[in-house]
Design a protein around this ligand. Structure first.
Ligand code: C2E
Ligand code: MG
Ligand code: MG
Length: 411
C-alpha cells in the first residue's frame, strides 16, 4: 500500500483575494478530480484546509505510485472555474510506500515530511519519502520557533544598500534589507526566512518592524546630518492589509519624517497578482506622499496595461537581465526597451545587481537613472554608511565620494 499526501500550492492567496466562497469551490473541485484519479479500491480523504490523503491499496511498486502522483499533478494544474474566474493552482505530493523506508505507524507523518520536501523544491512536484526528510522537517520547525522569538531577542536588523545616481555619481538613496542574525546559523538570508514568516503568519509583525526601524534610522541619520531616502520591501500580505497606509502614516509622524523620505518596493509578480488590492494600497500610499517602486521587473507577466495604471515612481530591472547584459544581445534589447518604456511612463529606472564596470557602462549608455549592486557597495550596517558619508569608505565599496549630506535628490 502507499499513502500520497497532497497539499495544494497557491491556495491561500485565492482565499485571501477572492474570498472563502471561491476557495470552497476550488477545494470541492480539487477533491473530485482526486477521486477521478483514484480507483474504487483506493481512499481519498480531506485532512485539513487544502490537504488531502490518498490511500492506495495493492500497488505494485514505487513506479505505480509515481504514476498516480503524476496524474494528480497534471489534473490539478488544469485551470479551475469558480465564480466566473479562471483559477490556476498546483500541488505538492509526498509519497510513502509500505513496506519501505520509515515505520508503519508513522506513515502519514512521513508522507507529510515528503510533501514538505516537494514544497521546498519549489512545489508542483512529488517526492518519495526518505528518512532524512524527518529531520529536515524538525529543523524547519525549530527555525520557525526561533523566528517567532527573533524580534524580541533583538536578532533582526536592517542593512542598507546604496542606489547610485548614474549621472551625478552620488548615492540617491538606500534599500533596507532585512537580516536575521541567528545564534547558530549566523546571518540567515531573507529569501529563507521571509517565506517562513509568511507561512506562520508572522510577516505582518515583521513587516511593521521593518517600517518602524527604517523610519527610526532615517530620523537618526537626519540628526547626524545625513539626509537619505530609504526604501523598504513590502510583502504581499502587507499589501492586502487595509490598515497598512494608516500605520505607515502614523510611523512617519511618530518619527517626524517627511513622507517623501520613504519609498516602498513591491515585486512585480505581487503587484500584478492582485491588482485591485495593490492599486488601493498604492493610491493610499501615494495620497500620503510615499513613493512607490516596482521591484524585480521582468520576472512576472510584465503587463503593460497594469504597469501604466500603477501610480509608481520607480521601476527596478531584475538582476537576471543585468547579469546577461555583457553576453546577450537579447538582454541588451530588453533592458534598452524597458528603460525607454519606463521613461515614457514617467518612471525612474534602477538596475539591480550591477557587478561589473562593463555592466555599469552599458546601463549608463542606455540612460538608466540609478544603479545598485555589489560593484558600488554591498548592503551595509547603518554605521558603515554614516562613516562613508563622513569620508571613511567601506571595504570593497566603489571609489567615489558619496555626497549624501544635504537635500534629497528628486525622484
Ligand atoms: P530585492 O528586493 O530584489 O533585493 C535585492 C537583493 O539582491 C538583496 O538580497 C541584495 O543583497 C542582492 N544584491 C544586491 N546587489 C547585488 C549584486 O550585485 N549581485 C547579486 N548577486 N546580488 C545583489 P537579499 O538582501 O538577500 O534580499 C533578497 C530578497 O528578500 C529581496 O530582494 C527582497 O525581495 C526580500 N527582502 C529583503 N528584505 C525584506 C523585507 O524587509 N521585507 C520583505 N517583505 N522582503 C524583504
Ligand atoms: Mg527590493
Ligand atoms: Mg529586486
Amino acid at each position: 500500500m502507499a499513502v500520497l499526501f497532497v497539499d495544494l500550492d497557491g491556495f491561500k492567496p485565492i482565499n485571501d483575494s477572492f474570498g472563502h466562497a471561491v476557495g470552497d469551490v476550488v477545494i470541492r473541485k480539487a477533491a473530485s478530480r482526486l477521486r477521478d484519479e483514484a480507483r474504487d479500491c483506493d481512499t481519498v480523504a480531506r485532512v485539513g484546509g487544502d490537504e488531502f490523503l490518498i490511500l492506495l491499496n495493492d500497488v505494485a511498486d514505487d513506479e505505480a505510485c509515481i504514476a498516480v502522483a503524476r496524474r494528480v499533478l497534471a489534473s490539478l494544474s488544469q485551470p479551475f472555474e469558480a465564480a466566473g474566474r479562471r483559477i490556476e493552482i498546483s500541488c505538492s505530493i509526498g509519497i510513502v510506500v509500505h513496506p519501505g523506508p520509515g515505520e508503519r505507524h508513522k506513515i502519514v507523518a512521513n508522507a507529510d515530511a515528503a510533501m514538505y520536501a516537494a514544497k521546498r523544491a519549489g512545489g508542483s512536484c512529488y517526492a518519495l519519502f526518505e528518512p532524512h526528510m524527518v529531520s529536515d522537517v524538525s529543523e524547519q520547525l525549530e527555525l520557525q520557533n526561533e523566528l517567532r522569538h527573533a524580534l524580541e531577542r533583538g536578532q533582526l536588523s536592517l542593512h542598507y544598500q546604496p542606489k547610485i545616481d548614474g549621472r551625478r555619481g552620488q548615492i540617491s538613496g538606500v534599500e533596507a534589507l532585512l537580516r536575521w542574525n541567528h545564534p547558530r546559523h549566523g546571518l540567515v538570508s531573507p529569501l529563507v526566512f521571509i517565506p517562513l514568516a509568511e507561512r506562520i503568519g508572522l510577516i505582518g509583525k515583521l513587516g511593521q518592524w521593518v517600517i518602524d526601524e527604517a523610519c527610526r534610522q532615517i530620523a537618526e541619520w537626519g540628526r547626524d546630518g545625513l539626509r537619505m531616502r530609504v526604501s523598504v520591501n513590502l510583502s504581499p500580505h502587507q499589501l492586502r492589509d487595509k490598515g497598512l497606509v494608516d500605520r505607515i502614516d502614523q510611523t512617519l509622524q511618530e518619527h517626524g519624517l517627511d513622507a517623501t523620505q520613504l519609498l516602498c518596493e513591491i515585486t512585480e509578480t505581487v503587484a500584478m497578482e492582485d491588482i485591485k488590492a495593490v492599486q488601493r494600497t498604492f493610491e493610499g500610499l501615494g495620497a500620503i506622499g510615499v513613493f512607490l517602486s516596482i521591484d524585480d521587473f521582468g520576472t512576472g507577466y510584465s503587463s503593460l496595461r497594469y504597469l501604466s495604471q500603477l501610480p509608481a515612481q520607480q521601476l527596478k530591472i531584475d538582476r537576471s537581465f543585468v547579469s546577461d547584459l555583457e553576453h546577450s544581445a537579447n538582454a541588451r534589447a530588453v533592458v534598452a526597451a524597458v528603460v525607454g518604456l519606463a521613461h515614457a511612463l514617467g518612471l525612474r529606472v534602477v538596475a539591480e545587481g550591477v557587478e561589473t564596470v562593463l555592466q555599469r557602462d552599458i546601463l549608463l549608455a542606455m540612460d538608466c537613472d540609478e544603479l545598485q549592486g555589489f560593484l558600488f557597495a554591498r548592503p551595509l550596517p547603518p554605521a558603515a554608511l554614516l562613516a562613508w558619508a563622513h569620508g571613511a569608505k567601506p571595504e570593497g565599496a566603489a571609489d567615489f565620494t558619496p555626497s549624501v549630506v544635504g537635500a534629497l535628490s528628486p525622484l
